[in-house]
Write a protein that binds this ligand. Structure first.
Ligand SMILES: Nc1ncnc2c1ncn2[C@@H]1O[C@H](COP(=O)(O)OP(=O)(O)OP(=O)(O)O)[C@@H](O)[C@H]1O
Ligand SMILES: Nc1ncnc2c1ncn2[C@@H]1O[C@H](COP(=O)(O)OP(=O)(O)OP(=O)(O)O)[C@@H](O)[C@H]1O
Length: 665
């Protein structure tokens, strides 16, 4: 379906090629995950598939890109677009209709389907992405994740033979991501759709795909079936890519297996326990002392307070003064409806930066988005806001920057009521980075973007601020580049640097780690961890939240339904489910084993310090007593008759398409 031979491509105005001799063949019906560090050329490669490069971009291209036998450089772009559905990285670049159903119908209409057929396709596609209720909504009113869902729906409605998807689920909540990917996987199997999907969250996507391809610096450097891709982790450590936790767990225990799912890992552990009568202690490697990490490039190893090694909560977020003290022994903990405004008399305390009381707010009359938010945030806290797409996270953040004003209730920032305030009156004190960084980049170079704030605010040491901020976000080598000529990850970091150069006391980031590779996530979040500002960030990445937030707020339908330290929030599976969140795999595995662990490191330590009898006397007993065999023998009834929740905390469909897959491989 796709055949790329010796492809080289240089963007107009660049002296260096971005693609450097790519060779790739994808067969009909394959589901391929393409990953690699930020800026390595993934989006560029995808754009060659439907002819945007070079037809619209210009630049110099050599080599060959064939799609279903058609040479894309010689073909009419309309023709290629019929064969290749491209889901763009930035949904705002793709959506142009004002109403959701028109957007989804556009493709089938252009393919001249009958009206009845178009209606059917629109209905089905919206159902798949969970957006049926938004069919008549304005596309402008959608949240980031909702827009991504519409982009996927509009491609699915066309039923193209080839789907090229550029980080299509990067802004989607975890359960939504699983549901959509399950369906895409089903379609891929049923209709033999060929899929090339770009994602950084390799650890989450790997269970869904057939093959993993890794790019680095314009070249393909790795190409393996997913079931074997993680047998050797050297390249993942070297390029700073995230590794699925079940794989990391097994490798850390010295077990030669690379399960991609929770149930796969449980089956492997079960086998190890039965056959060896204990986890092979002598083979254990400390995940923090992996030899590859130690010998890897300076760039990777120096930024090692890692999302993975940082033990998901086994970090200062637990011991941090703010986590333990600022909230009076976590008075907020898992408080069902956020009725926590004055539990710790926060508003009376000098350290209080934000005080929200009974906030109701919406964009349209009689359609409230925030429904009675009460919240106190103190100086120095790092607060992650998580929750379902459209639950109101960005809306809440916009209130904290005084960009939106309450319909009812009050928001006080630095003690000042935001209602009469112009957002500019907080300039210098509050820094805001939008979910879509393109909304805030307007200068001629990355450096100018970063200089803009300090110059406007008439700060003295402008150049020092600019340099430090560019350096902190690894943008210094790209400082003269036009922001629009940077990759999305690079643009996002430029936007963050433009806020850092002001050095605000309160930093508000809307999904700052989307589309970033692990090294850059760690670098960015480590920076905030070490600086004194108060940080509030929205994220769908539970591992980042666990590793870096001193406090997690969980939102659903405009309310805060949980508020506490990561380890407390993560235990409450009922609340997580309501907010479309899932536990990190390692926590699920630990739960099944009856062990209290929140990271690979913690679980490895516990497993190797306890003997099998102890573990068996816990919940492994239940798993051992037949369920794994049942799963292996393929009996869904067997799985159903045992505790499906325990195995997967998801649906049977999920088990079929994900976990059993994992066990088999
Ligand atoms: N329009 C453009 N003009 C010039 N250079 C560009 C343009 N778009 C991208 N580049 C450069 O090409 C390189 C690869 O960009 P690309 O967007 O393909 O990377 P990516 O791997 O998709 O990154 P990310 O993971 O951040 O999305 C980057 O270094 C970027 O600066
Ligand atoms: N400009 C707007 N006009 C009308 N409705 C809006 C507007 N912006 C957001 N909404 C609606 O408000 C609700 C909350 O949106 P918001 O962007 O705050 O959600 P979110 O939790 O940040 O979602 P995501 O995780 O997808 O980014 C959504 O239902 C959305 O449709």
């Amino acid at each position: 379906m796709i055949e790329i031979k010796d492809l080289w491509y240089t963007y107009p105005g660049r002296s260096e090629p971005t693609l450097k001799g790519i060779n790739l063949r994808v067969e009909k019906g394959e589901f391929v995950l393409l990953t690699g560090p930020t800026g390595c050329g993934k989006s560029t490669l995808l754009k060659t598939l439907n002819g945007i490069i070079p037809h619209e971009s210009g630049g110099i291209l050599s080599g060959s890109v064939k799609v279903k036998g058609m040479e894309t450089t010689d073909s009419n772009q309309m023709e290629i677009s019929k064969e290749v559905g491209l889901v763009f990285q930035n949904p705002d670049d793709q959506i142009f209709s004002t109403i959701v159903e028109d957007e989804v119908a556009f493709g089938p209409e252009n393919l001249c389907f009958e009206q009845k057929e178009i209606d059917k396709k629109v209905t089905e596609a919206l159902q798949i992405v969970g957006m049926s209720d938004h069919r008549l909504d304005s596309t402008n009113s959608l949240s980031g994740g909702q827009k991504q869902r519409i982009c996927i729906a509009s491609m699915l409605a066309m039923e193209p033979e080839i789907l090229a998807m550029d980080e299509p689920v990067s802004q989607m909540d975890p359960m939504g991501t699983h549901e959509v990917l399950n369906t895409v996987r089903e379609l891929n199997r049923k209709l033999k759709t060929t899929i090339l999907l770009v994602e950084h969250r390799l650890h989450e996507l790997a269970p869904f795909v057939d093959r993993v391809v890794i790019m680095d610096n314009g070249k393909i450097v790795f190409d393996q079936p997913a079931s074997k891709a993680f047998d050797n982790l050297e390249i993942f450590y070297r390029l700073g890519l995230r590794i699925p936790e079940p794989v990391k767990l097994c490798h850390s225990l010295g077990i030669k297996a690379s399960p991609l799912s929770v149930s796969g890992a449980l089956a492997v552990l079960d086998r190890e326990i039965k056959e060896n009568n204990r986890i092979p202690q002598q083979l254990i490697q400390n995940p923090d002392k992996n030899p590859v990490t130690k010998t890897s490039s300076k760039k990777t190893s120096s930024k090692k307070a890692s999302v993975e090694n940082n033990a998901h909560g086994n970090n200062d977020s637990e011991n941090n003064a703010h986590g333990n003290n600022a909230h009076g022994n976590n008075a907020h903990g898992n408080n069902a409806h956020g009725n926590n405004a004055h539990r710790d008399n926060g508003s009376e305390n000098n350290d209080s930066i934000i005080s929200i009381q009974a906030l109701w707010s919406g964009y349209e009359k009689n359609k409230m988005v925030l429904k009675g938010i009460n919240l106190e945030i103190r100086k120095g806290e790092r607060v992650a806001i998580m929750g379902t797409n459209g639950s109101g996270k960005s809306t809440l953040l916009l209130h904290l920057a005084a960009i939106l004003k309450p319909d009812k209730g009050s928001v006080r920032v630095f003690g000042e009521d935001t209602r009469p305030k112009n957002p500019y009156s907080f300039a210098g004190k509050v820094g805001f980075v939008f979910q879509n960084p393109d909304l805030m980049l307007f200068c001629d170079s990355a450096e100018e973007e970063v200089r803009f704030g300090p110059v406007q605010l008439k700060y003295s040491n402008v150049e020092e601020r600019v340099r430090n901020s560019l350096e902190a976000m690894s943008i210094l080598p790209l400082r003269h580049d036009l922001p629009q000529a940077l990759s999305r990850g690079q643009r996002l970091r430029t936007a963050v640097a433009s806020v850092l150069s002001i050095n605000p006391e309160l930093i508000l980031l809307d999904e700052p780690t989307t589309g970033q590779d692990k090294v850059n996530i760690e670098q960015m979040m480590d920076f905030f961890k070490n600086n004194n500002s108060t940080l509030i960030f929205c994220t769908h990445d539970i591992e980042v939240a666990m590793s870096y937030a001193t406090r997690i707020l969980v939102m659903n339908e405009g309310q805060i339904i949980a508020d506490g330290k990561g380890k407390e929030v993560i235990k409450d599976t009922e609340t997580l489910k309501k907010a479309s969140l899932t536990q990190p795999p390692v926590v699920e595995i630990a739960n099944h084993l009856g062990i209290n662990a929140f990271s690979v490191k913690e679980l490895v330590e516990t497993l190797t310090s306890r003997n099998v009898e102890e573990i068996n006397s816990g919940s492994v007993e239940e798993i051992n007593s037949g369920s794994v065999e049942e799963i292996n023998s393929g009996s869904v009834e067997g799985i159903n008759s045992r505790s499906v929740e325990k195995i997967n905390s998801g649906s049977v469909e999920e088990i079929n398409s994900r976990s059993v897959e994992g066990i088999k491989c």
